[in-house]
Design a protein around this ligand. Structure first.
Ligand code: ASP
Ligand code: MG
Length: 412
């Protein structure tokens, strides 16, 4: 008998029929003897609908009232799911975030969880009930309703699993797991049986948006085993967990992430003296523009070129700032390109294998794809290429690293 926290996303509870199907599924777990805590999102589209209503009245809406409004979506689904469970002879009770007492800070619309009171939940579990908790919401010290940011129900699930020391946190969604890359781009993309928290963070932050990034960080920090599964298709899903020493022959590369949302900016002919990097990036960060890759080469003739990437939406804003800064610094010119894409190979196996980068670059060269920028971390290598070659690059890398083959995991 296990204690499982299950989170069902918006599409999984998007209609009354689906809520009934979720209830059926939860009942199955109860009948096998598991204790179940369920976290639900709002019905799909509901949170957006509520945000739209607010914006018709006030823009931007008062943050405190926004949280009162959007938290209602999840309150609807907890009640409906409990009714569906109770009707099936499976006793269940619903809780809003404030009723559990999911205590958060007071940062409305992007609050962070501070503490969870598990008393009510444990009492209900002991009494044989399923506990259904509204995702995405909490309450601050003063009793104000707060919400955790878009996609925050994942974080509620993980935080509850951590607080209850659950055996597993299962995230039910509309895909059957985490894939080696986007199956819409590569037909032979494969569902991974397991992936580490670190790899998942790199995959998620690079655009494989199966899970809210904060939820993965949280799960990694508290070592909560996390499993992504399809709500209505049977299967093992993908387990996201700590690095497994028993699997000595892990594949070197686990997956390929990519991102079309970037743009590249270069200041040419920057004086090669202390302080220029900070004078270039200072105003960019003051304008709240997030910078991703940064590349500066060694200058030869007392000048150097300084390149970085930003989100494509921030391209114009960053260009304007750079024009100004470049004039102040006496740099030569600012050039940019927003038709670029980033492709990254990710894998903890990289740590113990040489030649991964050269293999990547050879695969790209074989397809005559020019690399514009390169950056690396311990478990990731990213390149910037022309956007039009993105799909070709991802396909080429996927086969070069044999990601379409079954896992070569040998259990020691
Ligand atoms: N309902 C919220 C949203 O749409 C939270 C969630 O679904 O995770 O962002
Ligand atoms: Mg979600």
């Amino acid at each position: 008998m296990a204690l499982i926290v299950q989170k069902y996303g918006g599409t999984s509870v998007g209609t009354v029929e689906r809520i009934e199907a979720v209830a059926e599924k939860v009942k199955g777990f109860r009948e096998r003897g598991d204790d179940v805590v369920v976290v639900v999102s709002a019905m799909s589209g509901e949170t957006n609908r509520l945000i739209g209503l607010a914006q018709e009245i006030q823009s931007p809406p008062t943050a405190r009232e926004m949280d009162v409004l959007v938290s209602t979506g999840e309150q609807v689904t907890i009640a409906l799911l409990c009714m569906a469970l109770n009707k099936r002879g499976c006793p269940a009770r619903s809780y809003t975030g404030s009723q559990v007492r999911i205590l958060t800070d007071d940062a409305h619309t992007k609050a962070r969880i501070r503490d969870i009171d598990d008393e009510n939940i444990r009492r209900d579990l002991k009494a044989g009930r399923v506990v259904v908790v509204a995702g995405f919401q909490g309450v601050d010290e003063e009793g104000n309703i707060t919400t955790l940011g878009r996609g925050g129900s994942d974080t509620t699930g993980v935080a509850l699993a951590a607080a209850l020391k659950a055996d597993e946190c299962q995230i039910y969604t509309d895909v059957d797991g985490v894939y080696t890359t986007d199956p819409r781009v590569v037909d032979s993309a494969r569902r991974m049986d397991r992936i580490t928290f670190e790899e998942m963070l790199e995959m998620a932050s690079l655009g494989s948006k199966v899970l809210q990034i904060r939820a993965v960080e949280f799960a990694g920090k508290y070592k909560v085993p996390l499993r992504v599964l399809h709500s209505f298709q049977d299967g093992p899903g993908t387990l996201i967990t700590i690095e497994d020493d028993s699997a000595v022959e892990r594949p070197v590369i686990s997956g390929i992430a990519f991102n079309r949302d970037e743009a590249k900016l270069t200041v040419l002919g920057v004086p090669d003296i202390p302080g220029v990097a900070s004078r270039i990036l200072g105003p960019v960060s003051e304008a709240n523009v997030e910078v991703d890759m940064i590349v500066q080469n060694i200058g030869d003739d007392q000048t150097t070129d300084f390149t970085f990437t930003v989100h494509r939406n921030d391209y114009e804003k960053a260009s304007e700032i750079l024009q100004r800064v470049s004039a102040e610094l006496g740099a030569k010119e600012v050039v940019g390109n927003n038709k670029i894409a980033k492709v990254s190979i990710v894998g903890v196996g990289m740590r113990s294998h040489a030649g991964v980068a050269s293999k990547m670059f050879t695969a790209l060269a074989d397809d005559s794809i020019n690399i514009q920028l390169i950056s690396t971390s311990e478990i990731k290598i990213s390149v910037i290429i022309a956007e039009k070659y993105l799909e070709l690059a991802v396909r080429g890398l996927h086969s070069a690293f044999e990601l379409d083959q079954a896992d070569v995991v040998s259990e020691a």
